[in-house]
Write a protein that binds this ligand. Structure first.
Ligand code: PA5
Ligand code: MN
Length: 185
């Protein structure tokens, strides 16, 4: 029997090895994502909000292929809103995804095409099924890094435009030290 190994190492909340892509998203990249644009502009533009390690063993768009990633979100706020990912629908909108909590605490915000939002608490070991046609975003509500894993179809792609244009129908804010959902005005 021949043993094959891609040489990828998945240790705690990092991916290392050949073919691993690393992407940082900075405060400067998140224009228009948080409610308080003035508060965002006051933060250092180079401040890292989140990082993704991704293993994409097949070409993007490959039918039947899978991608695997780890996201680490720093603790922090823009105004009273927790640091969070940009959020997206999938470009092929009928593709789902799994997320699971690895470290820290946070909230997965899900929104369907009718803008009905719902939320799931993330913590180490929590497993989250993101159905097709559902936008998804994660906010770090804790004082430490929040990290989570993701596995999604290689042909899912990203539709960021819809969220950039219309946002989610609720935001997660820190009200006196407690996370609270604020419906969009
Ligand atoms: O594929 C996913 O849904 C995740 O790996 C996200 O891309 C990651 O969490 C970063 O979020 P976003 O793509 O919304 O910036
Ligand atoms: Mn996704």
């Amino acid at each position: 029997m021949t043993e094959h190994s891609a040489g990828i190492r998945f240790l705690e909340d990092t991916l290392a090895g050949p073919q691993i892509e690393h992407k940082k998203t900075l405060i400067a990249d998140l224009e228009g994502i948080f409610k308080d644009e003035n508060a965002r502009e006051l933060l250092p533009p180079e401040m890292v909000v989140y990082e993704v390690d991704a293993y994409q063993p097949v070409r993007g768009g490959t039918q039947g292929g899978l991608f695997f990633g780890i996201t680490r979100i720093q603790p922090g706020q823009v105004g009273n809103e927790y640091f969070m990912t940009r959020g997206h629908f999938h470009a092929l909108a009928d593709r789902g995804e799994f997320y699971w909590g690895i470290k820290g605490i946070g909230t997965l915000i899900l929104m369907d095409r009718n803008r009905n939002a719902r939320f799931e608490q993330m913590q180490p070991g929590s497993l989250h099924y993101i159905p097709a046609h559902t936008a998804h975003r994660v906010a770090n509500t804790g004082k430490d890094i929040l990290s989570f894993g993701a596995c999604w179809p290689a042909d899912a792609g990203y539709d960021y435009e819809e969220i950039e244009a219309n946002g989610f129908s609720a935001r997660l804010i820190n009200e006196g030290g407690t996370p609270k959902l604020e419906p969009l005005q």
